[in-house]
Design a protein around this ligand. Structure first.
Ligand code: NAP
Ligand code: ZN
Length: 352
């Protein structure tokens, strides 16, 4: 079995460190990919530190689900790609492809969905799947995406999770043109949410705890910025938002944001703090408000999002890092100090 270089955590409290992992020889439906860039999602940090009680972590844990790379080998039945193509891989690497969710192109809700890391490895190559903080990966072709040729690859990588996770719920809400759309948290997901809401013609408002991000928010496409720790500012916008996307990674008071919705307005959670959130019934009853959730997106919608990004020149704003900086990058994520996604240049792992 071929080996790949990788960065892994061996326990919830250990730093990520260099290691070697097995990768399978491509089966007939598989694509082998030489990874060029991998984005750093806050989910990587949650998983590495075993912060999600619903999805306990198996160690060693090799995170990374925002993968862009070049095809180096294909199985005999592969039709989607040729050797040399640039492809993407997001949060999913397999599903049963026969359940109602798969039939509806919602592979993320398949009861047998295999996520890119920390899911059982049905090929038996390793106890669990290992993600993109690695020099290579082997993936069933259905779970690979075509990457538009005109976009910078370091900025494309985060589209595979942060991009689809924000594109999908905004699209699902409906036509946001001329509507007032809020994005809570200007991090990796949030800055993509702002770009999409703006591109779809919404009156886009960033709700942030970081006064220092105000100018960036406007540059990224926001029409207004609200500093959420300023109660007066929040009150001025009460009852005015048609749709709010909540990307916050830590505990926060959701009721303060529900108060900002119009009658029949929707707040969709994509942020995934572990702790349950107290929700005031009255905050929902008055104004018939809706609180919803959304998880990444299926493969067809992810391709649609990438094509939209190609047509509209949209990529993530990235700070390119070497893999050796990953532990420092995690500490900065926890301080909301990322502008606006770390993207690992995998040459640093190949040559390191
Ligand atoms: P990130 O880059 O760290 O951004 C999170 C942002 O939330 C921060 O930049 C900060 O923005 C804000 N924030 C942080 N702590 C806060 C607090 N205590 N109160 C209020 N705001 C706070 O993280 P990310 O990669 O975008 O991921 C965000 C969350 O989405 C994570 O929980 C991740 O696991 C989850 N996620 C979910 C899906 C899905 O499919 N649903 C997919 C990917 C990620 P400001 O500085 O602007 O306040
Ligand atoms: Zn992610």
């Amino acid at each position: 079995m071929p080996n790949a270089k990788a960065f892994a955590a061996s326990s919830p409290t250990s730093v990520l460190a260099s290691t070697s992992i097995p990768r399978r020889e491509p089966t007939e439906r598989d694509v082998e990919i030489d990874i060029l860039y991998c984005g750093v999602c806050h989910s990587d940090l949650h998983q590495v530190r075993n912060e999600w009680s619903a999805v306990p972590t198996t160690y060693p844990c090799v995170p990374g689900h925002e993968i862009v790379g070049r095809v180096t080998k294909i199985g005999s039945a592969v039709t989607k790609h040729q050797v040399g193509d640039i492809v993407g891989v997001g949060c999913l690497v397999d599903s049963d492809q026969k359940c109602p969710s798969c039939a509806a192109n919602l592979e993320q809700f398949c009861p047998h969905a295999i996520f890119t890391y920390n899911s059982p490895d049905k090929h038996g190559t390793a106890p669990v799947t290992y993600g993109g903080y690695s020099t290579s990966i082997v993936v069933d072709e259905h779970f690979t995406l075509k990457v538009p040729a005109n976009l910078s690859l370091a900025g494309v990588a985060p589209l595979l999770c942060a991009g689809i996770t924000t594109y999908s719920p905004i699209r699902r809400w409906g036509d946001v043109k001329g509507k007032k759309v809020g994005v809570i948290g200007l991090g990796g997901l949030g800055h993509m949410g702002v770009k999409f809401a703006h591109a779809f013609g919404a009156h886009t408002v960033v709700l942030t705890t970081s006064a220092s991000k105000k100018d960036d928010a406007l540059r990224l496409g926001a029409d207004e910025v609200i500093l959420t720790r300023d109660a007066n500012e929040m009150q001025k916008h009460a009852g005015s938002f048609d749709f709010i996307l909540d990307t916050v990674s830590a505990d926060h008071d959701i009721n303060a944001y529900l108060n900002l919705l119009v009658t029949d307005g929707t707040l969709t959670l994509v942020g995934a703090p572990d702790k349950p959130m107290p929700v005031s019934a009255f905050g929902l009853l008055f104004g018939r408000k809706r609180l919803a959730g959304s998880l990444i997106g299926g493969l067809a919608e992810t391709q649609e999002m990438l094509d939209f990004c190609g047509a509209n020149q949209i990529v993530s704003d990235v700070e390119i890092i070497a893999i050796q900086q990953i532990n420092e990058a995690y500490e900065r994520l926890l301080k909301s100090d990322v502008k606006y996604r770390f993207s690992i240049d995998m040459a640093s792992l190949k040559n390191g």
